[in-house]
Ligand binder design. Structure first.
Ligand code: GRF
Length: 197
């Protein structure tokens, strides 16, 4: 099996996936940001990289069409969004139904969108965490694959809470991708997630 990983910044989740030495080939790391720090890490690890800047396109549809073409050139079995900070069009998400994952830094359905740790602190929740889900047209809403919870401590601020969640992200995401590339994780037509043995 082979996967393509999409990043926009440091790509720490991509780095965790590389370090996990999963039974699959990472065909490429693609970024919408030319200066994404994760690109250097990928190159240092001999992984092909590509940049497709959204600034070079007039519309979201045109960008997504070009991104789809770039991705499909690698013929991935799975597209992994890892800190990829772009809203994807319905056409793009439909094209990868059942074979595109994302990791979101909250216990969905709580705290969709950005600044999730700030949202959690403001809500006063005692448990927070991260969610791996299949990507569908609705933002941060796709069928949930797995979750990890962490305590919120009285002295937490956004950065201490984010750091505690990130540790779990780096464990949870490689676990989920491993399941998929081992043919043990499927999204059914009705959206239910099935994990085999
Ligand atoms: C992480 O919190 C991740 O959950 C979210 O983007 C943030 C940065 O991820 N998707 P990374 O370090 O670039 O992988």
């Amino acid at each position: 099996k082979q996967i393509v990983i999409l990043i926009s910044g440091r790509g720490s989740n991509m780095q965790a996936l590389v370090k996990a030495q999963l039974p699959c080939r990472i065909a490429a790391v693609i970024s919408n940001q030319p200066d994404a720090a994760g690109l250097a890490f990928a190159r240092e690890h001999g992984i092909e990289t590509a940049v497709l800047s959204h600034r070079d396109f007039a519309s979201r549809e045109e960008y997504d069409a070009a991104l789809m073409q770039l991705i499909d050139g690698y013929q991935p079995d799975l597209v992994v969004l890892a800190g990829f900070m772009r809203i994807l069009t319905a056409g793009f998400t439909r094209h990868y139904t059942g074979r595109m994952l994302n990791i979101h830094p909250s216990l969905l359905p709580a705290f969709k969108g950005l600044h999730t740790h700030q949202q959690a602190l403001q809500a006063g929740v005692k448990l927070h965490g991260c969610t791996v889900h299949f990507v569908t047209a609705e933002l941060d809403h796709g069928p949930i694959v797995s979750q990890a919870a962490v305590p919120v401590l009285a002295e937490d601020d956004e950065s201490s809470l984010a750091a505690r969640v990130l540790v779990e992200e780096h464990r949870l995401y490689p676990e989920a991708v491993r399941l998929f590339v081992e043919n043990r994780l499927h999204m059914e037509a009705d959206g239910r997630v099935r994990v085999a043995g």
